[in-house]
Structures are given as structure tokens and as C-alpha cells.
Design a protein around this ligand. Structure first.
Ligand SMILES: [Zn+2]
Length: 103
């Protein structure tokens, strides 16, 4: 009985890790229906900034945003699944931009 529980426990942990990994891979933001995206600087989250979309892709028949222009310097930022944000390293200090809700 003890051994069986251990196996189940192990399986549960593996499933949890697997789901977490899947979510990490899958968290590229969807394109809003109106096509307008706001971001917020994670390190200074006071104002929402309208961001320019540079590149899109299609996932599961929906548009996703893969590249945004940095509001500070205009550099093309990649989506970073680990940070769950767009990151710019081009204008000196590292900037992390999260997608902001509109309201
Ligand atoms: Zn920048």
C-alpha cells in the first residue's frame, strides 16, 4: 500500500510539472478583437502605454502577438514565456512590459 501511494504521488508530481511546462509554452498573448494592445512597465506600473504590434502569428485559429515595439525605444521585443512579458534590453535598463487590461 505504501509503495503504491508513492507511485501515485510520483505520477501526480510529474503531471503537475508537465502541465506547468505546457502552460509556459502556451502563454503567448492573444490578439484583442479590436487590435489595440496596452502594456505596463512591470518595474513602474503606473500608466498603461499603447503598444505597436510588430508581428503576429496564428495559434489554434486565433491570432497571437509575438512581437511588440518597445514604447521607450521602438525596438522589436520578443514574447518571453518565462517572464510572461515582452522584454527590451536595448535602451540601457532592462524593461519588462506586461500586457495590461484595458479597464
Ligand atoms: Zn526599448
Amino acid at each position: 500500500m505504501g509503495r503504491r501511494q508513492t507511485m501515485q504521488e510520483k505520477f501526480k508530481q510529474q503531471m503537475k510539472a508537465y502541465r506547468k511546462k505546457r502552460m509556459k509554452v502556451d502563454n503567448t498573448p492573444f490578439m484583442p478583437s479590436d487590435g489595440i494592445v496596452y502594456v505596463m512597465n512591470t518595474l513602474n506600473p503606473t500608466e498603461k502605454i499603447k503598444a505597436e504590434i510588430i508581428n503576429k502569428s496564428v495559434k489554434q485559429h486565433r491570432e497571437i502577438i509575438t512581437h511588440l515595439a518597445c514604447p521607450e525605444c521602438g525596438n522589436s521585443m520578443d514574447w518571453d514565456g518565462n517572464w510572461e512579458a515582452f522584454i527590451c534590453l536595448k535602451h540601457g535598463k532592462k524593461a519588462i512590459y506586461e500586457i495590461a487590461n484595458k479597464d
